[in-house]
Ligand binder design. Sequence first.
Ligand code: ARG
Ligand code: ZN
Length: 858
Amino acid sequence: PVIRREDYKPFPWLVPQVELSFDLGISKTTVQAKLSVERNPAANADPVIHLNGDGLQPLTVLIDGEPTDSWHMEDADLLLSLPGESHEVTITTEIDPSANTQLMGLYASDGMLCTQCEAEGFRRITFFPDRPDVLSTYRVHMTGDAEAFPVLLCNGNLEASGANDDGTHWAEWHDPWPKPSYLFALVAGQLVANTDSFTTMNGRKVTLNIYVRDGDLPRTGHAMESLKKSMRWDEKVFGREYDLDLFNIVAVSDFNMGAMENKGLNVFNTKYVLADEDTATDSDFDGIEGVIAHEYFHNWSGNRVTCRDWFQLSLKEGFTVLRDQLFSQDMGSEPVKRIEDVRVLRGAQFPEDSGPLAHPIRPDSYREISNFYTATVYNKGAEVIRMMRTMVGEERFRAATDLYFDTHDGEAATCEDFIRAMEQGAGIDLGQFRLWYSQAGTPKVTVRLEHDGETATLHLSQEVPATPGQPEKQPMPIPLKLALFDRETGKHHGEQLVTLTKAQDNFSFAGFAQPPVLSINRGFSAPVTIQRDTPVEDLVFLAAKDDDPFARYEALQDLIVSHLKQAVDGALDLAAMQSAREAIARALGAVLADDTLDDLMRGELLVLPSETYLAETMLIADPGRIHEERQAMRAALGTMLEAEFVALHQRASAVPFSLDAEARGARKVKTQALIYLAAGNPELGKQMAWAQYQGADNMTDRQGALMVLTGLTGIERTDALMDFYNRYQGNALVVDKWFALQASSMHPACMAHVESLAKHPDFTLKNPNRVRSLYMAFAYNPHAFHAASGEGYKLIADVILALDPINPQTAARFVPQLGRWRRIEPGRSALMKEQLERIASAPELSRDTYEQVSRSLG
Ligand code: ARG
Ligand code: ZN
């Protein structure tokens, strides 16, 4: 069935209190749930209470302590007739966590028990109104074998615990903050904690624990530091203080997503907790800092103020992503973080917006909500709130978020509530801006700059493309930061913000005797694409001189993208090709030589636009041609700048290991240099990469060198891969890297490698990290996935079909890659569609996969 946003109705019953009692066992856990229920005065009365279930059978059902048979099952749900206004409903169920391969609800992960309830996992534990607008306080009693489960954790505070004579022990937890069921969590297992503490701005002393497996304790330091920084930052920047005496994090190795913000008991994928320099890269360290912050920030944007229904998901996710992005900007390099975030948006969200799965940040309908944990809801959602912040400025933005938190604390709110708080708190009219919540598709802004006499006139027009279900669009407010540079002095008279609200508009700027150079959408102030025939000399000017580092990056990217597009189209003869490559080499050469740049920024400027992004800029893409031309360009640059890259690599190699920005920057440019050198001069690249691999005293250098070697042929490749595996065999997260490097490699035999890795004893479809490390890496490796034979498509379709019965949520995440078929050249397109149809015709598809496949076929 399709769930629609317009059908929202408040639940007829309130459930102010819940008492849960768990008798824990890996293959049998008994759950007794006691719900105090009362009529919801704000809803239409209904004598029947509808309790969601998923794969449950009730063992007993009691009303006010008495057995009853006034219930029946409706599909997986339990419907119970209640005679009066308020009752106590007690239901007992039994579940088998060891059989739970979906990893939703209560499941087993290497001998421990843990939960994932967002969005609709709680109904796999007990019958309950499993919707985010039913808020309850929870008291939880749990009993389990003291040896198998020495640590017993739940939300809130530990109130009592003790031992029984039969080898079991128990704990009782109470969470004073009313919450929806999706924020419930329970963990039981053999765990050890890194314990620390934090004193809040009002003097509350909070105990912090990060629970991990015994041997992993030494790798929790960075996560703990990140947590304390997050807590301090949220106080300082958003005025948000933590509200319990205890904050627990548990790392688990089987997890569908990154992490989960359960009240007082965050559950994390080990990937976002464990790090040290020998086993984690610099970008892993950043990922941990960002995800720890994200989940912590949810305590206010998500938990204290939660969502009314799942259509409002971006209310908590878009806002929390913005909060974690701003935090990471403050912790490290602001422009570098901005570039990374825009790269993710363009690489993951733009393709969503331009394909069959396009949806607004606040969707209107779904079949399976898990399919809407998307880059659109998360990352575009963050961009939409960032635009509001840009329009009103930091101070008024803060006034508005204060108002939002104050007004809706303890409530299940809507995106509309957020917008209204923004209007009132910041004093801005967002009437038209609301379209960003309802319209899907990336707006295209066409830009033309005219110069006449002393005046420069900017002609802007916008078009929001049609998307499935939304053929007609209205113009939206698009805030564009811009600057006009004087060609002679290389300076401008200050950045301005213009907001394009109409389909077309002009903006005039006086005082320009000469045509200025336009820098537009600075800092990526709006999540749009800019269409403009920018003169090459202007791009070269901006790539060298723009004082906005993002705009400078953008100009360099534009220069490369426009060249590659022409090359892919076959529009360039040899001479034109050569002169364009020389121009790009000069621009990159300037980046290499510019000593005002730090290496972290230099590293960003050196990254070529991805094949996915290049494909996205074309109406119909030929992935084979894109790969060839991009590799050819990389090789040409590697050859033309060989001496410079060798010198850069040498300089950077002299910087000793540390986690500070300078040393991290050095590591980043070092591997960038290797990538170019390996493309231009494979023998030299191989020798240098092998030397970097052997001399590495940290994972960033080691992985970077191995990545380069994995794309080449020769004995060094084999030796390095074998050495890496042997060295880190016992470490699942590093073995994941070993799989991923091979599946994402430039090696022509990548597909064959993936096929044989699937038979490796360490490979399993049961662990999502391992599945992603092999198959996601492959599906997002354009040259391998888009093999002209169609074998890559078949391989991914086989994975979807094999994984669907085990873990439908993860299986469905592979569908969007095949869903790109309409935007790919006809030969491959037909092969992609064929695989989608093969999946569609399989018997008994999960709701997750069915929805994605049917939307993809359109
Ligand atoms: N709320 C979590 C986060 O953003 C993600 C949980 C997603 N769960 C799911 N089943 N899709 O951090
Ligand atoms: Zn989140």
